[in-house]
Design a protein around this ligand. Structure first.
Ligand code: UD1
Ligand code: MG
Length: 466
């Protein structure tokens, strides 16, 4: 083995190219920050890379570097990927050169990915890296065959089928353009060989860019072996370059997710083409999803839930047999078995409902806990409240939790009846078994088993001798 060869058991480093603006998106937002299935494109790629357990992940950033960093940190955890800055975007070769300080002496196998190829699966990458490591090639290129190869770099082979070069669409002659085998933009390189060859690339092409795609032919010219690894599922490694492609991918992921939920998990969709379920969501068997329902993020729904038209559930968990009626918004909340919500209810910021609780028409629940069997059926705001069991909250109740400067808590104990149109001026506590009359403005704590009424509410009578 030549001295500068990288041993095949060398560590794996991943380099994700994500510095381009993505002109074809016609956007003020860097392409890799556009969202697919609720996650930035870059996050999809980095998560697939993470599953390979590489030594390091580097992301080459340029446009909107801070936002890309935030997106990567949010999805992977801070510090899981290191950023490399490419000050100006002079092409994919230049992007890799930007990582020279980090990687030129790494003595590793470098897997290069594009930030705009979001569907690539970890299994595919693992097979690809293993193929590279088990061969004597210093570069392996993942290729696909496309009916319509427009826009992609074409793979040129010699008569024996061996690699000759990659030629970009804009530099290809008519014959080369006929080639259906294209470069997916996924490569394995021996690090030392890669950086030695990058010193030789020139921007002598129609775009005046430094192409990474020139490196394999340079290696070949230097007597190195370049291997091609043809992957059969082309769609998995297609890049997103336009908004139309982004929408197609979204559609594809959605159809796959819903099919899996129907066939493997026993979920009923009234109209599968009008349901929007994130790939990360889980739904238990015999649940029924009506049209125009959105279930986003890592939401988890139990068995036999029914989610009616127009509801949106984000990063929330629902137990079994939960009914969500029409047009509810439920964000970062937790709903236990046999609860009912809506129509037109809004739960947010860690709202919690215990078993059999009911939140009805036009009720907003923020950062509050609603005890077992408690009901709040109509036109109510419950914020920063802790409510016990078997309590009834009358129509039009408001926890007045904000004094203009700070939020204050409301506590309502078990077996309370809050009359219609009660204002609970927080901080305030209503004791167990108490009743507020309709229209009360409760400014002071109410002892247990007491009826209060009026503005401000006064004790009217003790309800028992407790
Ligand atoms: C590239 C390949 C092409 C391949 C296709 C597969 C080159 C020259 N061409 O073309 O052969 O078929 O991918 O999807 O590599 N980037 C940077 N810095 C830059 C330029 C680009 O980081 O200066 C990043 C982009 O953000 C993107 C990735 O590199 O994530 C690919 O760039 P893009 O402009 O999309 O290349 P393609 O034209 O798709
Ligand atoms: Mg691209």
């Amino acid at each position: 083995m030549p001295e500068d060869s990288i041993p095949k058991k060398s560590p794996l480093d991943v380099l994700v190219l994500a510095a381009g603006l993505g002109t074809r998106m016609k956007s003020g937002v860097a392409k890799v920050l556009h969202k697919l299935d609720g996650r930035p494109l870059i996050a999809h790629v980095c998560l697939a890379a993470t599953a390979l357990e590489p030594r390091n992940i580097y992301v080459v950033v340029g446009h909107q570097a801070e936002q890309v960093q935030d997106a990567v940190d949010k999805e992977l955890g801070t510090g899981k990927a290191s950023l490399v800055h490419q000050p100006q975007q002079h092409g994919t070769g230049d992007a890799v050169i930007a990582a020279k300080d980090a990687l030129a002496n790494a003595k590793s196998t470098i897997l290069i990915l594009s930030g705009d190829v979001p569907l690539v699966r970890a299994e595919t990458l693992r097979g690809f890296v293993n193929k590279h490591k088990s061969s004597s090639a210093s570069c392996t290129i993942l290729t696909i065959r496309l009916e319509n190869p427009t826009g992609y770099g074409r793979i040129v082979r010699d008569e024996a089928g061996a690699f000759v070069k990659i030629v970009e669409q804009k530099d290809a002659n008519d014959e080369e353009r006929q080639t259906r085998e294209v470069n997916a933009g996924i490569y394995c390189f021996d690090s030392t060989k890669l950086f030695a060859a990058l010193d030789k690339i020139q921007p002598t092409n129609s775009q005046g860019e430094y192409y990474l795609t020139d490196v394999p032919a340079i290696l070949k010219g230097d007597g190195e072996e370049v291997a091609l690894y043809q992957h059969s599922d082309a769609r998995e490694v297609l890049g997103i370059n336009t908004r139309a492609e982004l929408a197609e991918f979204e559609n594809l992921i959605r159809r796959r997710t819903i099919r899996r939920l129907m066939l493997e998990d026993g979920v009923t969709f009234i109209d599968p083409s009008h349901a929007y379920i994130s790939a990360g969501a889980k739904i238990g068997r015999d649940s029924i999803i009506h049209p125009d329902v959105h279930i986003q993020g890592d939401s988890v729904l139990g068995e036999a839930c029914e989610i009616q038209q127009g509801a949106r559930i984000v990063n929330s968990s629902l137990g079994n047999r939960v009914a969500i009626k029409d047009h509810c918004l439920i964000v970062d909340s937790d709903i236990a078995d046999d609860c009912a919500v809506g129509p037109f209810a809004h739960l947010r910021m860690n709202a919690k409902m215990e078993e059999r609780a009911v939140v009805g028409n036009f009720v907003e629940v923020k950062k509050s806990q609603i005890g077992r069997g408690t009901k709040s059926m109509h036109l109510t705001y419950l914020g920063d409240a802790t409510i016990g069991e078997n309590t009834n909250i009358g129509a039009g109740t408001v926890t007045c939790n904000y004094d203009g400067k700070q939020k204050h808590p409301t506590v309502i104990e078990n077996n309370v009846r809050i009359g219609s149109d009660t204002m609970l001026v927080a901080p305030v506590r209503v004791g167990e078994g108490s009743v507020t009359a309709a229209g009360s403005v409760v400014t002071e704590d109410v002892p247990p088993n007491t009826l209060v009424a009026g503005v401000p509410a006064k004790v009217k009578k003790k309800l028992t001798d407790a």
